[in-house]
Design a protein around this ligand. Structure first.
Ligand code: MMA
Ligand code: CA
Length: 269
């Protein structure tokens, strides 16, 4: 502190000397009571101790960008991806074919039901008859045999003697009545050709036992073709006659259901 003051005072003294030159007063007159003059400068001191290491410098600027690296190794196969979203709705398909017609509805109630039922019932009967006729015509087309006077038709529907006779009569004929060997042979061949073993023919002794007659009520005359031992009226109940495939006749029970042969007279006009 004192040194500082000495320095200031030295300057002041110089200043005052210069000032006194102008006002004719001496420097010693001004500072004579307060100012101590410094001694001569001392020797230079020893070198100080080595200082502590300085603080770390500031962070330097970033270096320039390095070269591009080598490509890495190919990675392993990744996990299966998630299922994709639902696809867009497809276009509308073409219109389907029309379905089959439905069942016929119930008849209404506001009509004359009784009358219509009668008509429908009659139609059912007619259809059934038509079906029978169709079957008959099919048989005719399948193969009919003929002589000069008659057509012969094997009906491949099993019936007892009486029903068979009715069937033939309904169609304008009768059960076949072979009255000579030529006709009998023709029928035998027909039975064989059709693959049958037996058919009813129009012969019976229904009216009087052991008196065989044709179904047109004419008696057997010059001709018959009984198998050996026939007619034997086995078990006492054989009044109708069948032809077997060799052309031979055998008396059998009338209620048997077997195929039969019809005959139809050719028109003589
Ligand atoms: C059957 C039957 C008869 C016929 C005899 C012949 C067993 O009865 O067809 O009508 O006379 O066979 O053996
Ligand atoms: Ca017999």
């Amino acid at each position: 502190m004192e040194v500082e003051w000495v320095k200031k005072c030295s300057f002041l003294l110089i200043f005052l000397q210069l000032y006194s030159l102008s006002i004719h007063r001496t420097a010693s007159d001004i500072c004579s009571t307060h100012i101590i003059l410094p001694g001569p400068k001392g020797d230079q001191g020893e070198n100080g101790d080595i200082g502590e290491p300085g603080r770390s410098g500031k962070l330097g600027p970033p270096g320039s960008k390095g070269l591009i690296g080598e490509p890495g190794q190919k990675g392993g196969i990744g996990q299966r991806g998630k299922i994709g979203p639902v696809g867009a709705k497809g276009d509308k398909g073409n219109r389907g074919y029309p379905g089959p017609p439905g069942n016929k509805g119930q008849p209404g109630h506001s009509c004359d039901c009784g009358r219509y039922r009668k008509i429908v019932g009659q139609m059912d009967i007619n259809i059934a008859r038509l079906n029978n006729t169709m079957r008959f015509v099919k048989n005719v087309i399948a193969g009919v045999k003929e002589t000069e006077e008659k057509f012969y038709l094997i009906v491949k529907e099993v019936k007892n003697y009486n029903s068979a006779l009715v069937h033939c009569k309904d169609r304008g004929g009768s059960l076949a009545m072979p009255k000579d060997e030529e006709t009998n042979s023709l029928l035998a061949a027909y039975v064989n050709k059709t693959g049958l073993s037996r058919v009813f023919i129009g012969v019976n002794d229904l009216e009087k036992e052991r008196q065989f007659m044709y179904t047109d009520s004419t008696p057997l005359q010059n001709y018959s073709h009984w198998r050996p031992g026939e007619p034997n009226n086995a078990f006492g109940g054989e009044d109708c006659v069948e032809m077997v495939s060799d052309g031979g006749w055998n008396d059998v029970e009338c209620h048997l259901s077997i195929y039969f042969v019809c005959e139809f007279l050719k028109k003589t006009s």
